[in-house]
Design a protein around this ligand. Structure first.
Ligand SMILES: *[C@@H]1O[C@H](CO)[C@@H](O)[C@H](O)[C@H]1NC(C)=O
Ligand SMILES: *[C@@H]1O[C@H](CO)[C@@H](O)[C@H](O)[C@H]1NC(C)=O
Ligand SMILES: *[C@@H]1O[C@H](CO)[C@@H](O)[C@H](O)[C@H]1NC(C)=O
Length: 324
């Protein structure tokens, strides 16, 4: 009997630890969800152009990545620099670009995450580009400032498809062109544009176009044309897609994936007038809360299953050893 009581006590203790562990896990998941999206999207590093370890090029590259990280609060979200200019063979040219709607802090977090990830994604590459959800880092042994790089063209798409595909693709082309025009001519120190259109009474299309601000207007226009023209072949009828080119990128979704223009970033007080904005923030809240609730329920379910398994295991021990 004493033996059984001890087992029971032990079971209760481990359940407490278990529940505590589960709640910690849930809190961690929620915090991660709420944080800025630093997820890796794509990298490009041709393996024909490599350096050997312990070379000056590697030293210069490491220096470049740390300079990019420490200048990532630059106010237009773009920074270009050179390391080792005194020795042309080992010069590294590099830049970062943050998505135009990012705050300085969001940009800084993204650039430092990208500079940590790029040596792992592209070890020994003399030139690389890495795209995270909200920023890009690019470096090369060849200068690329003021040059429109139109290759490679990488596309990623949302697997969901839309109804009325022809009408959608036409609306997408028109809206994306308008965003591109805004990015080219928008003025300011960013080449960034967004445009919204109503597809149906319950579906709103959000588009975004951005060039690195070192490009000329015509260089930016040409790059964005390549990107937009790519959509029908890669992503026809899809609910969302990105086209990534080193000098420019575009993206569209059926949900608001960027901070709306003229609306303060979430860390500033947000006025909430009637009408479309509040409708959009409801959509945004649903988009954020729904996955959290689902993950929470899933985690609780898994915890419940495991605790059930534990209960069975603990009950069976006294039966085998003492009760027979
Ligand atoms: C860059 O690296 C490639 C491959 O190692 C080399 O062929 C090319 O000459 C280099 N360019 C410059 C400007 O150093
Ligand atoms: C690079 O340098 C480090 C320290 O100087 C040394 O331990 C390592 O073996 C070197 N690696 C190569 C490939 O030469
Ligand atoms: C979308 O529809 C809403 C109301 O249905 C309207 O207020 C808004 O101006 C429309 N947006 C665009 C971009 O046409």
């Amino acid at each position: 009997m004493i033996h059984q009581k001890q087992m029971l006590h032990h079971f209760k203790f481990s359940t407490t630890v278990y529940v505590f562990f589960c709640f910690t896990l849930i809190i961690t998941i929620i915090t991660t969800q709420a944080a800025t999206d630093l997820s890796f999207i794509q990298s490009y590093c041709p393996n024909t152009n490599t350096f050997s370890s312990n070379t000056t090029y590697q030293t210069n590259l490491n220096k470049l990545l740390s300079i990019l990280s420490s200048n990532s609060t630059n106010k237009n979200g773009f920074y270009y620099t050179t390391v080792g200019a005194n020795n042309p063979v080992n010069t590294v040219y590099g830049a970062f670009l943050c998505r135009g709607d990012r705050t300085q802090k969001e940009c800084k977090d993204c650039v430092s995450a990208a500079s940590n990830q790029i040596p792992q994604k592209c070890p020994k590459a003399k030139e690389s580009v890495i795209w995270l959800a909200e920023c890009m880092i690019r470096y090369s042994n060849v200068s690329f400032f003021n040059v429109a790089a139109e290759v490679p063209v990488l596309a990623l798409m949302n697997t969901g498809t839309v109804m009325e595909q022809n009408r959608f693709m036409q609306l997408l082309a028109d809206t994306m062109n308008a965003a591109a025009v805004e990015a080219v001519n928008g003025g300011g120190d960013k080449k960034f544009g967004t445009k919204v259109a109503n597809f149906s009474s319950f579906q709103t299309l959000y588009t975004l176009a951005q060039c690195t601000p070192d490009l000329s207007n015509s260089g930016c226009e040409k790059c964005l044309k390549i990107a937009t023209n790519y959509i029908p072949s890669c992503c026809s009828g899809k609910q969302g897609a990105r086209v990534l080119i080193p000098s420019c990128n575009i993206r569209y979704e059926l949900y608001p994936f960027y901070h709306e223009l003229n609306v303060p970033a979430p860390d500033e007080p947000r006025p909430n007038p009637q009408g479309k904005k509040s409708r959009n923030s409801v959509v945004l809240i649903v988009a954020i809360v729904a996955p959290i609730v689902i993950i929470l329920l899933l985690t609780l379910f898994v915890c419940w299953i495991i605790s059930k398994m534990k209960r069975i295991k603990f009950n069976s021990v006294p039966q085998e050893s003492g009760m027979v």
